[in-house]
Design a protein around this ligand. Structure first.
Ligand code: SAH
Ligand code: SF4
Ligand code: F3S
Length: 454
């Protein structure tokens, strides 16, 4: 067996791609390992979203170069590959900056890895593959997936046509593409056969999903969810990440009608200021966003809201930032990610004259994160004493612990009578700990229908 070490940066779509690269390389004799030290092949599956993410890749590549050299020719060569969004954005420049790199492969062409490896073994040299051919990729991936645990990601949509002025994704992932319904259903069924109970449907703009249905017609995400909910043994469905512009009535209604669809909505807004939203080319106003949240809560009153925010977008004034703080207060988030604006090469906002000084961005980020932390804490505290269904996914860090997720995506751990991984139980939330909620089992085991009842 050869040892394969994959390090994943960035979003869940990269997590899915890393898993698929491992599936693809398994027939070639590669088995995943947790450390890079004596790996036969190292893949860095990279993210280009912010400058920091890219710097991290280059510093890790420096470390890999040392490992590669230390290994020496005696034990055979360590192959070093860069995959993901930095590979797509920077291509051959990566090899120029770090000559230890043997392969550069973009997110839409990693199905070519086996032939790239074979070519290097045969002819030596390096290999570069950064074509956009999404259909090819999914058609060429093996059906079998090596899954562990009761939850899995399933990419249903890729790419983005929205062109927010700060964002590299439309350039690194290409234009919007949706996989056909039948292909997704088949993959979901296979996951369930392997013990998966919860599937998270992924896409850069997952609710722009418009895959071909059995009749060839474009199928919405809501319709896809309704179909997947019919799969026996698949107890829970989630989707991420959504764009406010694609939040259809049908999808909102699905939250009220489909018990298996979890009450959690990650709906990034980025800013609470109409002026900034416009400059970002988000295509919606603050009020339109708030109205979507209101409708989602009407359909499913306990729905937990999540979002992403950017502070210090070019031209953002104190008043604009206050509008963001105000929006956060009006929504009340269960969880949210916030970032300092990072100017990305080639994006329109990077060329704007009114860049915001670093110390202003720092101060705004701190203020926003304090409010978000307070809201998250309040949300978690509001769950104490409640009994919620928890899907147990993995053993806890300490012996005798099991960890699962609540419907609202909170990590919940129980101790003592540890339930089987992959089973759903009613759990009464007893306390908050640093990283998760502490619960007490309230039932032996439940099916999805029963989980719905409370
Ligand atoms: N498709 C999703 C998000 C993709 S990127 C959406 O449209 O919401 C994930 C998050 O990274 C974004 O929501 C945004 O908050 C952040 N992000 C993207 N580009 C950024 C940049 N240039 N600087 C800082 N944060 C950025
Ligand atoms: Fe980036 Fe905007 Fe597309 Fe999201 S919708 S991936 S933020 S361009
Ligand atoms: Fe990063 Fe690419 Fe995802 S830039 S956030 S890995 S789509």
């Amino acid at each position: 067996m050869k040892k394969l070490y994959i390090k994943t940066y960035g979003c869940q779509m990269n997590v899915y791609d890393s898993a698929r690269m491992a599936d693809l390389l398994a027939p070639l004799g590669y088995a995943p390992v947790d450390v890079a030290d004596d790996a036969d092949m190292v893949i860095l599956n990279t993210c280009h979203i912010r400058e920091k993410a890219v710097e991290k890749v280059y510093s890790d590549l420096g470390r890999m170069k040392v490992l590669k050299a230390a290994r020496g020719e005696a034990n055979g060569k360590m192959l070093l590959a860069v995959a993901g969004c930095v590979a797509q954005a920077e291509g051959a420049e990566i090899m120029a900056r770090q000559p230890a790199v043997d392969m550069v492969v973009g997110p839409q062409s990693y199905h070519r890895l086996p032939e790239m490896i074979a070519r290097i073994a045969r002819e030596g040299g390096v290999a570069l593959q950064t074509d956009f051919a999404t259909e090819d990729k999914f058609d060429s991936l093996p059906e079998a997936r090596g899954v562990e645990g009761a939850t899995a990601f399933l990419t249903v949509q890729e790419g983005c046509d929205k062109f927010c002025t700060f964002c590299v994704v439309p350039y690194t992932r290409g234009s919007e593409f949706s996989r056909p319904v039948a292909e997704i259903e088949a993959e979901a069924r296979r996951l369930v056969e392997q013990g998966v109970r919860e599937v998270t449907l992924l896409g850069q703009n997952v609710n722009a999903y418009a895959g071909a249905g059995p009749d060839g017609e474009a199928t919405s995400l809501a319709k896809l969810i309704r179909r997947l909910a019919r799969i026996d043994g698949l107890e829970r469905l989630r989707y991420t990440t959504s764009h406010p512009r694609d939040m259809s009535d049908d999808l909102i209604a699905a939250h009220g009608e489909i018990g298996k669809l979890m009450p959690f909505l990650h709906l990034p807004v980025q800013s609470g200021s109409d002026r900034v939203l416009k400059a970002m080319n988000r295509g919606h106003t603050r009020d339109e966003y708030l109205e979507i949240v209101e409708r989602a809560r009407k359909a499913r009153p306990d729905i937990a809201m999540a979002s992403d925010f950017i502070v210090g977008f070019p031209g953002e004034t104190d008043a604009d930032f206050d509008a963001t703080m105000d929006l956060v207060r009006s929504v009340g988030y269960a969880q949210a990610f916030s970032f300092k604006y990072s100017a990305r090469p080639g994006t329109p906002a990077a060329a704007a004259v009114k860049q915001i000084p670093a110390e202003v961005k720092d101060a705004r980020l701190q203020t926003l994160q304090a409010l978000i932390a307070e809201q998250q804490d309040r949300f978690n505290r509001s769950c104490i004493g409640k009994t919620v269904p928890v899907l147990f996914d993995k053993p806890g860090r300490r012996a005798g612990q099991a960890v699962g997720r609540s419907p609202y995506l909170q990590a919940v751990h129980v101790e003592g009578a540890v339930p089987l991984i992959g089973t759903l139980h009613k759990v009464t939330i007893a306390a908050l700990t640093a990283n998760s909620l502490k619960g007490v089992l309230a039932s032996s085991s439940i099916g999805a229908e029963k989980a719905l009842a409370f």
